[in-house]
Design a protein around this ligand. Structure first.
Ligand SMILES: [Zn+2]
Length: 197
């Protein structure tokens, strides 16, 4: 990721030049952040609640999410649904999928995972994997087998490999969002994952 000052400058320039549609998308992402990402934001009473106080003492504090950081662009004529550019801290959404909640959530998972990677120690992500697994295993039968299948496909599917990181944390969080949004399992992950359930 570009340094924080650069990110902030890019964000300020983007904020001043947002189109009305990008502005609406921005507010929608704020709502999704509030509604669905409390665990990845390490908020009080979320999945990692027991260690959050310790994390706050060990680091410069807990990051605050998309505010002052993430830029959102609506693009035409692209061959993707959406795309997250980690180093630039920006998301592009294909105009055709602007109203597809699962596409927006998919890209936001990439963003929060990347922030966790950059801002926190690896054990935070590892603990989140454990806690999400425990949470989801009560409602998804054969969760472990689904994870193995996901990783197997991940290794062998070229398209999937070239389209950003979709590891175990990504997969689990996408299933969590499927359940919370009432989507068929595999919808937020995409890439045909709904066919495996
Ligand atoms: Zn992706």
């Amino acid at each position: 990721m570009t340094n924080k000052e650069d990110i902030r400058n890019l964000y300020d320039a983007w904020w001043n030049n947002r189109t009305p549609e990008e502005c609406a998308l921005h507010y929608m992402c704020y709502e999704y952040e509030e509604e669905y990402f409390e665990d990845m934001l390490l908020k009080d009473d979320s999945l990692l609640n027991d260690i959050i106080a310790t994390v706050s003492e060990c680091t410069d504090g807990i990051f605050l999410g998309i505010d002052g950081c993430l830029r959102l662009y609506i693009v035409d004529d692209s061959d993707f649904y959406g795309c997250y550019y980690g180093n630039e801290c920006k998301i592009e959404i294909n105009r055709k999928y602007l109203t597809d909640k699962s596409v927006i959530l998919h890209e936001l998972i990439h963003f929060y995972e990347h922030l966790l990677e950059k801002e926190q120690k690896p054990f935070i992500r590892e603990l989140l994997v454990l806690e999400l697994y425990n949470k989801l295993s009560t409602s998804i039968p054969d969760l472990k087998e689904h994870i193995f299948k996901h990783c197997e496909l991940y290794s062998y599917t070229k398209t999937f490999q070239e389209s950003g990181e979709h590891g175990v944390l990504f997969f689990l969080k996408s299933l969590d969002l499927d359940i919370r949004c009432g989507f068929p399992l595999g919808t937020v992950c995409g890439y045909g994952r709904n066919e495996q359930f």
